[in-house]
Design a protein around this ligand. Structure first.
Ligand SMILES: [Zn+2]
Length: 179
């Protein structure tokens, strides 16, 4: 299905699972009685973020394809599983699917502290590449001083909007290329 199917979201999910969840193993490796100090807890925020991401994909995949088989046990396989089970969908629904996957990819990057992913998107209002991530409100804000809402405040965008714009551009490009 062309350029929109990449596995960035899956790769990031895999990175989260392998590098951001496992607590550092600081033990000596010597077997014996349980250490008095507990191991550092799992990164609960990352664990719940991943669980919510997987649950959203499974819900949406089942809505698109009620007879889809079991979801893969490995979390980062869910995106391909969703695609494999929904190849029959029309372009509009495939675009909606890719938008969710792309938005989750952004969420995974932010969960790892990588805010640079936001800068690659033009502001949906003014088109400039001056967006930055405002963690306190969980939205991307435009740094263009002229790009304000009717109250004079910087325009801000949620990830769903940025994902929607990005995937819409990709689908339009693919469509043009195949005409
Ligand atoms: Zn702007």
């Amino acid at each position: 299905m062309g350029t929109t199917e990449d596995d960035t979201a899956a790769e990031r999910l895999r990175t989260l699972a392998t590098h951001y969840i496992e607590p550092a193993r600081t033990g000596t490796g010597i077997r014996g009685p349980r250490p008095t100090e507990a191991r550092p807890p799992l990164n609960v925020n990352i664990v719940s973020h991943m669980a919510a991401s997987v649950a959203e994909v499974i819900d949406r995949a089942r809505a698109d394809a009620p007879h889809a088989g079991h979801a893969p046990a490995v979390p980062d396989g869910i995106y391909q599983w969703w695609r494999d089970n929904t190849q029959h969908l029309d372009a509009e629904k495939r675009q909606a699917r890719e938008t969710v996957i792309y938005r989750q990819g952004l969420e995974h990057a932010l969960a790892m502290g990588d805010h640079k992913v936001i800068r690659r998107h033009p502001c949906p209002a003014c088109g400039c590449f001056g967006l930055f991530w405002r963690s306190t409100v969980g939205r991307a804000a435009c740094s263009n001083l002229d790009c304000t809402d009717p109250l004079g405040l910087s325009r801000t965008w949620n990830l769903a909007r940025l994902a929607h714009e990005h995937i819409a551009r990709e689908f339009a490009r693919t469509k043009r290329a195949t005409i």
